[in-house]
Design a protein around this ligand. Structure first.
Ligand code: GAL
Length: 684
């Protein structure tokens, strides 16, 4: 069934962050903005994100006049609004009179007033002021016809170490450990180095001038997520008091300071800010950059398994990359429709109009300092807006992958904290990305999920380097395989519980040994430039491996698929296949390297073939991929075919389809121009 963010506005949103308060003394600019908004085929503005100083110029003194005018103007011009709560940046007077709103850093120093996104999430005063202003905004604009949703704050992140936060952390710990300090001491293994706590009052947040070890660090990170989610809940509650419009907050690319699974529970729809670094010679190719952002789209969509929103993207370049290069012609359309291909129901920008001064005046915008529509960027934005109108039938549909990649932020925290292996860089994200890239290259739809999700709907699950497996995760994985699922795991699997306590009795811990039919005796960590190889038992082919080589013992009845070629463990098993219950597992004891030439690529191709998991395309071309969104009610599949290379590509979809934009009937084979995307309708 199609799912809409707002039943009363069933259109792709096209627009973005708009800061009319910066032009309050030149209201003719506002009128020009309305003219340009229509010309740009935009229908949405995100307003009020950093407006607090204008809305409450002195404590308790409110002035909503600019918002009154702007919302009416936007509505009159046919636009709609995500109205923001302004907590992302607070007025100067507030920091001066109530320093508790300012964060304290990990060394205990209170920060001065400045920049943004740096308020204390615990401060009762800040929470009260936020609730007041959110309530006033909601009461005043909750039923304004322009407003279609709430943009809560902006890019939550960071942490505060003030006494209020420290006390809240202790309260959080008391709850988690049933007010029993012995339980905490056991899970944190504090007998080590005589760190035993006598009471919760002694616990302090990790600090470079205090204590730091993984149990403490992990709980502190969880507390930060919970405290931020609690702040978000309070913000949303103040808004929901007067309005039942849907609520979101914008998430960030690869941000691991928060567990977004926790925050997602507090909002009605997911939105995020995507700023790929295109055309970077010597770094990632454009296709690799696209795959990196594709993974994040898939992770954010999978949080709710419904359409998400691309809340921010750069209509041209940003100002904070090391080199702020222009997007080549076509790339704006391609990158924007990439988000739509993965399930976004919007393309929104930072920013509508360039600021005149301060930090972001050279950040790309729809409207440049030139001030009119005569720019390449404006024309590309406007053309994209037309496309979004032309493909409106896609709105509300969602991809429905049969494959999932487990990429778990708490697992990343734990791996990063683990002292051992390659101490500074375990390459967890890179490894997940490498697995993901195979599916991306082969145009197979995929969800990216955390390690707590029910796996029921998936035929294949890939779980690389899943070092931390809480009891719940072990049960999820065991049940999934027992009931017929196929699971690929491997080195470092199941070493610790959720508090970083090692499982005893051999790795992988508990039932995972039976599920995978192996136990891992020891792990050899290689120096970064060292290589070994594994040899395939059936075909004899060799594949390079690096970084980690576990010495594993397969159980009876398992199939050894490959063995090590070199070193004192030459000839020992490196890849083991096991049948467990009705399902199958594969254990890769070492990190194989290389793209299409890797063992992993061969294995994934074989497993997908056996499971009938098909590519969205009938032929493979480097840098070309395709993603689908499904309208199950009408049996329609919308296929987005994307070319991320500077060269035209020959594509074969395997079946005839209708181009949704042009209505043209296209045979399976066609030429897809450089940096372009086409959208097709196919009957399922
Ligand atoms: C985002 C932020 C925006 C703007 C943008 C610049 O992270 O939410 O306010 O600063 O970056 O790219």
């Amino acid at each position: 069934m199609k799912q809409y963010m707002n039943e009363n506005f069933k259109h792709f949103l096209h627009g973005g962050d708009y800061s009319p308060e910066q032009w309050i003394n030149t209201p003719e600019v506002w009128d020009e903005d309305m003219r340009l908004m229509k010309l740009a085929n935009c229908n949405e503005m995100s307003v009020g994100i950093f407006s607090w100083a204008k809305l409450e110029p002195a404590e308790g003194v409110y002035d909503f006049s600019f918002l009154d005018t702007i919302l009416d103007k936007i509505y009159a011009a046919g636009g709609r609004v995500f109205l923001a709560t302004p907590s992302g940046a607070r007025p100067h007077w507030m920091a001066d009179a109530h320093p508790e709103v300012l964060r304290v850093n990990e060394r205990g120093e209170r920060m001065h007033f400045g920049v943004r996104h740096n308020h204390c999430y615990t401060s009762p005063y800040y929470r009260e002021k936020v609730a007041q202003i959110n309530g006033k905004l909601s009461e005043r604009y909750g039923s304004h016809p322009a407003v279609i949703g709430w943009h809560i704050s902006n890019e939550y992140g960071g942490r505060c170490y003030c006494p209020l936060c420290q006390e809240a952390f202790r309260g959080w710990l008391k709850k988690k450990y049933d007010n029993n300090i012995d339980k905490l001491n056991f899970q944190w293994w504090t007998t080590f180095w005589s760190h035993t706590y006598n009471s919760f009052d002694q616990v302090e947040a990790p600090s470079p001038i205090g204590d730091t070890f993984s149990g403490l660090e992990l709980d502190w990170k969880r507390f930060i997520s919970d405290q931020t989610a609690d702040f978000l809940r309070a913000e949303a509650a103040a808004v929901r008091k007067y309005s039942d419009l849907p609520v979101t907050t914008n998430f960030m690319f690869h941000y691991t300071g928060l567990n977004y699974n926790v925050l997602a529970k507090e909002i009605d729809f997911i939105s995020w800010d995507s700023y790929p670094e295109w055309h970077h010679p010597g770094e990632l190719s454009d296709a690799e950059m696209a795959a990196k952002h594709a993974l994040t789209h898939d992770a954010f969509r999978a949080l709710k398994k419904k359409p998400f929103f691309l809340m921010e993207s750069a209509p041209s370049h940003v100002n904070w990359h090391d080199v702020n290069k222009l997007k080549r012609p076509g790339v704006h359309r391609l990158a924007s429709l990439q988000a739509v291909a993965h399930g976004s129901d919007s393309v929104q920008y930072f920013q509508w109009r360039k600021s005149r001064g301060s930090n972001e005046k050279f950040h790309g915008a729809v409207v440049d300092h030139l001030g009119n529509e005569n720019t390449r960027v404006f024309r590309e934005v406007s053309a994209l807006g037309q496309t979004l109108k032309d493909i409106e039938e896609v709105l509300g549909t969602v991809p429905n992958p049969r494959v999932a990649l487990i990429m778990d932020v708490e697992n990343k925290w734990a791996l990063d904290l683990a002292q051992g292996f390659q101490k500074n860089e375990k390459k967890y994200s890179t490894t997940c990305q490498q697995f993901y890239n195979w599916f991306w290259r082969h145009a197979i739809d995929i969800d990216v999920i955390d390690a707590h999700r029910d796996l029921g709907g998936y035929d294949l699950v890939v779980a690389p380097m899943l070092y931390m497996t809480p009891r719940e995760t072990i049960e999820i994985l065991e049940k999934y395989v027992r009931e017929g699922g196929t699971l690929i795991g491997g080195y470092m699997l199941g070493m610790v519980n959720e508090n970083d306590l090692c499982y005893l009795g051999g790795f992988p811990g508990e039932e995972l040994k039976e599920v995978f039919g192996v136990w891992n005796e020891e792990i050899d960590t290689l120096y970064p430039t060292e290589r070994n190889a594994i040899q395939c038992n059936k075909c004899g082919d060799e594949f390079a491996v690096a970084d980690y080589c576990e010495r594993i013992h397969p159980a009876e009845g398992t199939e050894v698929m490959a063995v090590y070629r070199d070193d004192f463990y030459a000839g020992e098993p490196a890849v083991v296949k096991n049948r467990y219950g009705k399902g199958t597992t594969y254990y890769l004891a070492t990190r194989d390297i290389g793209g299409e030439e890797s063992f992993k690529a061969r294995l994934l191709a074989r497993v997908c073939g056996e499971l009938g998991i098909k590519s969205n395309l009938a032929s493979y071309t480097e840098g070309v991929t395709a993603h689908s969104r499904i309208d199950d009610e009408n049996g329609i599949r919308y296929l987005f075919v994307e070319n991320y290379t500077p060269k035209d590509a020959e594509v074969d979809m395997g079946v005839e389809a209708i181009d949704v934009e042009t209505r043209e009937r296209v045979s399976g084979k066609f030429t897809l121009p450089a940096y372009s995307v086409r959208i097709f309708r196919q009957m399922m």
